[in-house]
Design a protein around this ligand. Structure first.
Ligand SMILES: C[S@@+](CC[C@H](N)C(=O)[O-])C[C@H]1O[C@@H](n2cnc3c(N)ncnc32)[C@H](O)[C@@H]1O
Length: 280
């Protein structure tokens, strides 16, 4: 299981020097990536445009690696881990799901297979990875499930309907997002989340100073993200059971906050109901 390095201060020079001494073989690749990223940042100072350019470059080399899997076996395993977790938390075929940063459907193809026709909606800032997602759909024989795959410029969800999605999911997306992007999502996700729905996202957790590496990887303290969600009227809780899985990131679940009115018997948080009746 990858141990979470919660106190590493990756942005400091001393950390980078120590890391280079421990892993000299990785230095040339890091140097090439740092040079490429500096050039892309120069051309696209806006974070979304910059990260879209990173994805374009990475997807051209390998769509699986672009979403963080160094082999197809890892791609399959990481998708299965996401699917099994949500299925274990009550994801049902009739649910409507929005996947933010769906990539090339590493987990998405499993969600599409599980959900009723037309119930999966994937969005991403990268048209290139969405083309790769279409290839995954064809390869997995899932055309008939008619999922929607849409490029987006931001996370305001302006074109999506109110109270529509039972489950919103963002795996390894906020680990690549500066705080204003996450806040934009929190400011708008409550509108599209169905009553009783839930929004799970992973993040790179630190217990030291918050930092980023090459503006590609962002590390946050749990309380920063839970407080930000609460500022936008949402409830947020750290998912302890995700920590048991072999994954380097942590997970938070966001639901409508206590202020949102709920009807008796309405599902809460993907399971229990207001009345306490067993979930169906
Ligand atoms: C590491 S990949 C993970 C993809 C997918 N969630 C998975 O687990 O396979 C991150 C994805 O999020 C997308 N992304 C990054 N920032 C985004 C944003 N602000 N809005 C939507 N998608 C974003 C990237 O283009 C990329 O496809």
């Amino acid at each position: 299981m990858p141990r979470k390095k919660l106190t590493a201060r990756r942005h400091t020079l001393s950390h980078r020097v120590r890391y280079a001494l421990r892993h000299p073989a990785r230095v040339p690749r890091y140097a090439v990536r740092a040079g490429r990223d500096a050039w892309l940042r120069f051309r696209s100072p806006d974070h979304i445009a910059y990260y879209r350019a990173v994805m374009r470059s990475d997807t051209a080399a390998s769509p699986d690696a672009a979403v963080g899997s160094q082999s197809h076996e890892r791609w399959l395993a990481l998708g299965a881990m996401q699917f099994d977790y949500l299925a274990g938390h009550g994801l049902r075929p009739e649910h409507r799901m929005l996947e933010i940063g769906c990539g090339n459907l590493r987990a998405g193809w499993r969600f599409i297979d599980h959900l009723d026709t037309g119930h999966y909606y994937g969005i991403d800032i990268s048209p290139d990875i969405l083309f790769a997602a279409q290839d995954t759909l064809v390869r997995c024989g899932l055309r008939e499930k008619l999922p929607t795959l849409t490029p987006v410029r931001d996370l305001t969800f302006a074109f999506l309907p109110d109270a529509y999605f039972d489950v919103v999911h963002a795996h390894s997306v906020f680990s690549h997002s500066p705080l204003p992007v996450i806040e934009e999502c929190f400011a708008h996700v409550g509108r599209i989340l169905a009553p009783g729905g839930w929004f799970d996202f992973t993040f790179d957790r630190t217990e030291a100073e918050e930092h980023h590496v090459l503006r590609e990887d962002f590390y946050y303290r749990t309380e920063t993200l839970t407080a930000l969600a609460e500022k936008h009227g949402l409830s947020a809780r750290f998912m302890e059971d995700w920590e048991e899985l072999p994954h380097g990131q942590s997970k938070i679940r966001v639901t409508h906050g206590p202020a949102a009115a709920r009807r008796p018997g309405e599902r809460l948080d993907g399971g229990e109901t207001v009345s306490g009746a067993a979930p169906v």
